[in-house]
Design a protein around this ligand. Sequence first.
Ligand code: GLP
Length: 250
Amino acid sequence: MLVVVKSDYDDMSRTAAQIVSELVRKKPDCVIGFATGSTPLGTYKELIRLHREEGLDFSKVTTFNLDEYVGLPPSHPQSYHYFMWENLFKHINVDKRFVHIPQGMANDVELFCEWYEEKIEKAGGIDLQILGIGANGHIAFNEPGSSLGSRTRIKTLDELTKRDNARFFEKDEEVPKYAITMGVGTIMDAKELLLLASGSQKADAIKQTVEGPITALYPATIVQMHRKATIVCDEDAASLLTRKYSGYLS
Ligand code: GLP
């Protein structure tokens, strides 16, 4: 695992976008796993700039998103569908036939999850999976206690996650209780992982992820076992790491 510590959020975002764009240039028909949340927004802005100003071509790229809230239609402003189209897809030349985001309104969730796994496999697997991290150590919506071998499935959201999300909804009753999420095993099957973290509120999560014992109670710690994982974070998110002097690039 490579930990790259950048000075601030913008620097982190540029570095992450560079990793993504290098892959797209090297392999125009690559498969990218996208994440939502506030952390990757700067990366997406930079990818949009690279598309507009430097002709970065996404027309052959296949995408798979990590997760989606159950019960929210794609048109809902808090759905991850809406998020991805507003913040990235509509600004680049991605082909909508190649975009995959879990269906929060699927009639048969179990069947949908099987289909999603098959789609990823048929696409040749994910080349690069972008990840954020929850303050409780979740990746995608794999909450504490998630099986480290899990596949795409429905998950009940943790109390802390629901509290973190409440700010996006008018009433507490509107905050989704469930999500469809790629499993920890699905994420670990990606050929490369790129985990982003910014700010002191993520410092403990990064310390656990990099230096803590691997445990299902902190799903992000499994990233230590991946053969090609890069964590790009800013100084604040890296502030609790004890071993910054060795093996960590800055
Ligand atoms: C949600 C998403 C995660 C994301 C996390 C952190 O829970 N399901 O994929 O990593 O939020 O969000 P933020 O980047 O806003 O801190």
